[in-house]
Design a protein around this ligand. Structure first.
Ligand code: AGP
Length: 612
């Protein structure tokens, strides 16, 4: 949560910082602020609202502020303290010596505040961050490294801190514990940001701060330190993403652009990773040879949409190997459920950002039990990538819309291939299943393309149902995770009540809610469960609920059961979610657009959830 941008170099800092904040606005967007260092003074501007409002405020700052060659900025996702200008970052110490921005939560802020207040220091905000700011000023005696070292030891919780000292105009200091921070140096300037996408226009060689690391940024380079103050040599990581990938282009919303990129994501993933299934050893992942023969338990762990991707993977695994013991947990529960682990267990952690606090903590727990761990992430250099011995990168490219779309498709395609490799290593994947599923995956890009071509039909349907009081998404087996993802999309971007149910569960309670104002969107692929699902649909129809069906092309009798039917191409049974999700993303997008929602930055959300 929260986006941070820092710059020190030879150019005007304000434009670079505002531009960097705009690129990271999806991380949090309650309020925004900037501090610029100029002639021994630090000038700030803060606003409740978006970066565009901050830019207008910066335009009104004294003209000399545009000359500032260093500065820090922040977009906030409020945790402690309301959304007010006072609580917006940057924060300044009472003696004006320290100005800083923060992403994370300082858990011992109350204790620090009580201690400093007793020493006569006045606090003015409701935030936890101010405690770090005032404490650093209290510790600072002219030696920045010494003060930073003491501060890092004193803070409990999670933090990415970016700091300017009033008497050190050519320097920016950073510290990281628990919240991401990436640093770069290029052509006489140093930069830092929460998200690598903000730095790609300057360089693709990035330094991802590790847990317990600090950095000093100057125009002539960066130095890295451990929290105990010792110097650290650090290797940069090359990120091949193109900076135009994070541009909206001619699209009205990033989400719409990202939906359209899915055929490419599928093609790239399948072309790059079918090697996974073409070898019968764990070689590509560098897993211990023979591991899958020893493993008798597979656990998928993730949050939100990534969790739904793992449910798709779990279903594929169960469908291809009926013997295997496979589970899929949300990370925040996995940690406290007392799950089993050890050498006979493989845990697969999925996080597009690679920074989700619950998923990181779950992975650390699994490692501490001696469980074999694989991470799947979309961000090279992210914390989960660096902390997990075996990582697979999904091929979605940067995703800016807060609602995940193309990263879900990247995850499920990579997971399907990984599942097949693991089962092959285990000796339980039949050649016919392998050929069938891989063959089915190869035609997915063209299927998705044909769904995108039906956008006007999906848009009309979305407009027709956008005044519905709420939605039930129902289906069976492979359609249950699809229903969950569809319901989440509609909640996130349209703010409409939407529930996902296994179709057979409706009569056990939720059916009581149905009337003519609640729409049931049911998934009825043409397979062994079609008739059973249609019986559940009829039960809903009998309670006057309007019915939309998602069915396979050619299933003309589906029309007998519904008010409207959306047809999508036939796939292998396990692959229905791959095509279905695209139709449902478009449906959610057009409902939200009809309702004039803020689609790329829905209220109350942030793209990267770095607090537990
Ligand atoms: C998806 O639309 C959401 N933005 C959210 O559920 C997200 O998938 C979840 O927070 C997990 O994020 P991660 O994949 O980066 O770990």
């Amino acid at each position: 949560m929260c986006g941070i941008m820092g710059y020190v170099g030879g150019d005007g800092a304000s434009g670079i910082i505002l531009n960097g904040l705009a690129k990271q606005e999806y991380r949090g967007y309650d309020s925004a602020g900037i501090a610029l260092c100029l002639n021994g003074e630090i000038k700030s501007a803060k606003v409740v609202g978006r970066v565009s409002a901050l830019a207008r405020l910066v335009d009104d700052m004294p003209p000399e502020c545009m000359e500032a060659r260093s500065g820090i900025g922040h977009t906030r996702w409020a945790t402690h303290g309301g959304v007010t200008v006072t609580n917006a970052h940057p924060h300044e110490s009472a003696d004006k010596m320290v100005t800083l921005v923060h992403n994370g939560i300082i858990e011992n802020s109350k204790e620090i505040k009580a201690d400093l207040t007793s020493k006569g220091i006045d606090f003015i905000t409701e935030t936890d961050t101010e405690a770090a700011c005032q404490l650093l000023a209290h510790l600072y005696r002219g030696d920045a490294l010494a003060a930073m070292t003491c501060l890092a030891k004193s803070l409990v919780g999670a933090f990415a801190l970016v700091i300017m000292f009033k008497d050190r105009p050519g320097e920016i200091w950073c510290a990281r514990k628990g919240s991401p921070l990436v640093v770069a140096y290029s052509g006489g300037a140093s930069y830092c940001a929460s998200d690598p996408t903000a730095l790609l226009e300057f360089t693709h060689d990035l330094f991802f701060l590790d847990e317990g690391e600090m950095a000093e940024l100057r125009p002539d380079g960066c130095r890295f330190f451990c929290f105990d103050g010792t110097r650290r040599e650090k290797e940069s990581i090359h990120l091949s993403w193109d900076s135009v990938m994070s541009d909206k282009g001619h699209y009205e919303h990033f989400m719409r652009k990202e939906i359209e990129e899915q055929p490419d994501v599928l093609r790239l993933t399948i072309d790059t990773h079918t090697i996974l299934t073409s070898v019968s050893r764990e070689r590509d992942l560098n897993l211990p040879v023979g591991m899958m023969k020893r493993v008798n338990r597979v656990q998928f762990v993730a949050c939100g949409t990534s969790h739904y991707a793992t449910l798709v993977a779990r279903n594929i695994m169960e469908s291809l190997d009926e013997e295997i013991d496979v589970s899929a947990d949300v990370a925040s529960e996995y940690r406290y459920r007392g799950v089993r682990g050890g050498d006979d267990t493989l845990a697969i952690f999925v996080s597009q950002s690679g920074e989700t606090a619950d998923t990181l903590a779950a992975a650390r727990l699994a490692r501490s039990k001696g469980t074999h761990c694989i991470a799947i992430t979309n961000v090279r250099g992210s914390t989960i990538d660096r902390e997990t011995e075996h990582t697979l990168l999904s091929m979605a490219g940067p995703e800016i819309g807060v609602a995940a779309t193309k990263t879900f498709t990247g995850q499920i395609s990579l997971l399907a291939l990984l599942v097949m490799q693991l089962l092959k290593d285990r000796g339980t994947l039949s050649a016919s299943d392998e050929a069938r599923v891989i063959g089915g995956m190869r035609i997915l890009p063209s299927h998705v393309h044909s769904i995108l071509e039906r956008e006007s039909e999906i848009k009309s349907l979305a407009e027709k149902y956008s005044d519905s009081k709420g939605f039930f998404f129902i289906g069976r087996r492979e359609c249950v995770p699809l229903a969950m993802e569809a319901a989440l999309k509609l909640k996130e971007i349209a703010y409409l009540p939407s529930e996902a149910y296994a179709a057979g569960e409706m009569k056990h309670g939720p059916i009581a809610m149905l009337d003519e104002h609640l729409t049931v969107f049911a998934f009825v692929p043409d397979n062994d469960l079609r008739e059973k699902t249609l019986s559940n649909v009829e039960e809903c129809r009998a309670r006057s609920a309007p019915i939309i069906l998602l069915a396979n092309e050619g299933d003309s009798s589906a029309r007998d059961h519904a008010n409207d039917v959306l047809y999508i191409p036939r796939t292998e049974r396990e692959l229905f979610p791959f095509t279905g999700v695209v139709a449902l993303q478009l449906f959610a997008y057009h409902v939200a657009r009809t309702l004039r929602r803020d689609i790329d930055m829905p209220r109350n959300l942030a793209k990267s959830v770095t607090v537990e």
